[in-house]
Design a protein around this ligand. Structure first.
Ligand SMILES: [Zn+2]
Length: 164
């Protein structure tokens, strides 16, 4: 009961808009970067970042026309700029709304892809992951832990595209 109530409260948009400024889920940095950087100079928020593995999902969700390669380059360039600003960057991966319907191998390859992007392209070893929609299952948590990642549960936060 308490957990259910806690979940409902943490998902209330207005509470997140008021108190969630220090944690951001970065989903559309290719068009939010200017306002985002302004926000970060003020709040130094911790950022949970989508990775190239979520290209299809975000191209449809945020209605953009980026090619896979443009998306990749944009994430890399912008995240490196945030790193330069000493912003804490961690992983944000959207597996599926119902992750138990994905195979173990698919979940593993998606998490590995995001992890490798951070290590190889940004030279950052991530230690935390927030799953999209907070959707995880036993297997995805197990996979994340095997990469040394702590799975972060519901928390107050904002989205970068709320800054637009
Ligand atoms: Zn998300």
């Amino acid at each position: 009961m308490f957990n259910k109530l806690k979940r409902i409260i943490l998902n209330l948009g207005f509470l997140n808009r008021i108190f969630g400024k220090k944690i951001i889920h970065l989903e559309g940095i290719y068009f939010t970067s200017k306002k985002l950087k302004k926000h970060l100079r003020k709040y130094k928020s911790k950022c949970y970042c989508v990775c190239p593995v979520n290209y299809e999902y975000f191209n449809s969700f945020l209605v953009t026309n980026l090619t896979k390669n443009e998306f990749y380059k944009s994430l890399k360039k912008n995240y490196l700029e945030l790193k330069e600003m000493r912003i804490s960057l961690q992983l944000h991966v959207h597996l599926a709304l119902l992750p138990n319907r994905l195979s173990y191998a698919k979940k593993e390859s998606m998490i590995k892809s995001a992890y490798d992007f951070f290590v190889k392209e940004l030279d950052i070893v991530p230690t935390e992951i927030v799953f999209g929609w907070y959707s995880s299952d036993k297997e995805s948590i197990e996979i994340a832990n095997s990469f040394g990642l702590k799975v972060i549960k519901e928390h107050l936060h904002i989205y970068d595209w709320w800054l637009e």
